[in-house]
Design a protein around this ligand. Sequence first.
Ligand SMILES: Cc1cc2nc3c(=O)[nH]c(=O)nc-3n(C[C@H](O)[C@H](O)[C@H](O)COP(=O)(O)OP(=O)(O)OC[C@H]3O[C@@H](n4cnc5c(N)ncnc54)[C@H](O)[C@@H]3O)c2cc1C
Length: 160
Amino acid sequence: MVGFQTRLRYPEQKRVFRMIPGLENAEFMRYGSVHRNTFINSPKIIHPTLQLKGIESIIFTGQLVGVEGYVESAAMGIIAGINAVRLLEKVKPLVPPKETAIGSLVRYITDQNITDFQPMNINFGLFPAVSNGKPKSLRSKLIGERAISNLYEFNDCILT
Ligand SMILES: Cc1cc2nc3c(=O)[nH]c(=O)nc-3n(C[C@H](O)[C@H](O)[C@H](O)COP(=O)(O)OP(=O)(O)OC[C@H]3O[C@@H](n4cnc5c(N)ncnc54)[C@H](O)[C@@H]3O)c2cc1C
């Protein structure tokens, strides 16, 4: 089994999977397990530009900064790439707007108030709340629209 994350003990996995019709006598070469992420203590040691505090020419990225998942790790790579070029061109590095998916994740991983920092996927809980009084069913749509509008402004910053 590839990429199978579970806390089930090996004998239990054997028992459960052998319940699947046709697998009664299957032999399993490798069982599932929870994988461990290696990550830095981002809230303490990096800026929201992903630069290392104190040695700003070093930029961290990918899963190492405490994000989880393909899209999230690649998104950190985009920010790191943009800021590496900006540093070389001697212009101010950028922080993605907190109203966008990438920005809300960056805000989470560099939140100074977090005491037990753990890796995070992008999720709606990370975004700043939309204005009160709106029906719950509309909130994700409003968050999306707000993110797109903020992203246009961010794109303008990148290009100037
Ligand atoms: C079993 C498993 C299943 C997963 N399933 C999913 C999924 O379904 N969906 C999802 O979104 N995410 C999933 N993930 C998470 C996802 O794989 C990672 O979040 C993502 O690949 C991290 O990308 P990255 O580029 O930051 O790091 P990595 O993909 O880990 O890349 C880091 C690279 O750096 C190299 N490297 C390390 N040290 C050095 C060194 N000293 N010098 C040079 N190179 C070095 C490594 O060899 C590696 O190639 C899964 C992870 C695991 C382990």
